[in-house]
Design a protein. Structure first.
Length: 140
């Protein structure tokens, strides 16, 4: 089983290897164009929706004519490309590090009272879960 069946098919039809190279080059140009178009579209669509009041106002802000929030969100899709190149374990490590940093920033920014109340609700949820799990085991 080939990893490039279209190139192999063109090579078989043309009787050489030049057709496969042409197909690979065309695919590379097409993928680059699609990624570029996707990035631009992904930035412009939320901008237009924010201009119409259908999206958060942050998406309507521009810096030097560029909808920066939309571009930032669109460039996050590059994690998908990174995933294809290096595997999902690396992407998970990057996402976990970003999530930990963001969570730390949220906790510091929320203040003591919000964190204290959140911990109390968390522990109350653990107690409720334990009671419901025990009740479920008794009825089963």
């Amino acid at each position: 089983m080939s990893t490039a069946p279209f190139s192999d098919a063109v090579n078989a039809m043309s009787g050489g290897t030049w057709g496969g190279w042409a197909v690979a080059l065309a695919a590379l140009v097409q993928m680059t164009g699609c990624l570029n178009g996707w990035t631009l579209l992904s930035a412009q669509t939320p901008y237009a929706a924010a201009q119409d009041g259908l999206f958060p106002a942050a998406f309507a802000r521009r810096v030097r004519g560029v909808p920066t929030v939309g571009v930032t969100v669109a460039l996050a899709s590059l994690l998908t490309v990174y995933n294809c190149m290096s595997g999902s374990a690396k992407v998970f490590e990057i996402l976990a590090a970003v999530a930990a940093a963001f969570s730390t920033w949220l906790i510091v920014g929320a203040g003591f009272a919000a964190v204290y109340q959140g911990v109390l609700f968390l522990f109350a949820g653990v107690v409720v879960y334990a009671v419901l799990a025990a009740r479920r085991q008794r009825t089963a």
